[in-house]
Design a protein around this ligand. Structure first.
Ligand code: DQA
Length: 145
């Protein structure tokens, strides 16, 4: 069974109560549950992980190389706009990934318009709410078929 690693950066553990005007009412557990249902339907296994710490996200990316991870979905959250280190980790393991954002980062402050990931991602999905994870998953199923 193929595994997709889903990585979530800082403050995404607060989804559901954090700036609901931008991020909506779904919490991370609901997002994970919906994604697991979809993964089961497509006979995929999911490794779903959230951390507020850059190094932990990097460790998880490095471990993916030896864990038979077929692809990654990543919402780097605020690290999108700052982290050369997470970018380098993704380049180092050379695993395909899709970048997702729940809010439309291009409608927001100009510092959110810059991403350290978009130019090395297969693609980026931004601004469609919590379904961005499911849309990215379905895209990966087709890409990996
Ligand atoms: C986010 C957008 C980022 O700019 C922000 O720092 C986040 C969440 C999103 O999902 O819309 O924490 O990645």
């Amino acid at each position: 069974m193929k595994t997709i690693l889903v990585l979530n950066g800082p403050n995404l553990n607060l989804l559901g109560c954090r700036e609901v005007n931008f991020y909506g009412a779904d919490n991370l557990k609901t997002i994970e549950t919906n994604l697991r249902t979809l993964a089961n339907q497509h006979s995929y296994s999911l490794d779903f992980f959230q951390s507020n710490h850059e190094g932990e996200l990097i460790d998880k990316i490095q471990q993916a190389k030896n864990s038979n991870v077929a692809a990654i979905i990543i919402n780097p959250a605020a690290y999108t706009h700052t982290s050369v280190a997470i970018r380098d980790a993704l380049l180092a393991v050379d695993i395909k990934f899709i970048e997702v954002h729940i809010s439309n980062v291009f409608k927001r402050e100009s510092f959110r318009h810059k991403s350290f990931f978009s130019d090395i991602a297969i693609g980026t999905i931004s601004g469609l709410g919590s379904q961005v994870y499911e849309l990215a998953f379905l895209a990966l199923v087709k890409i990996l078929a």
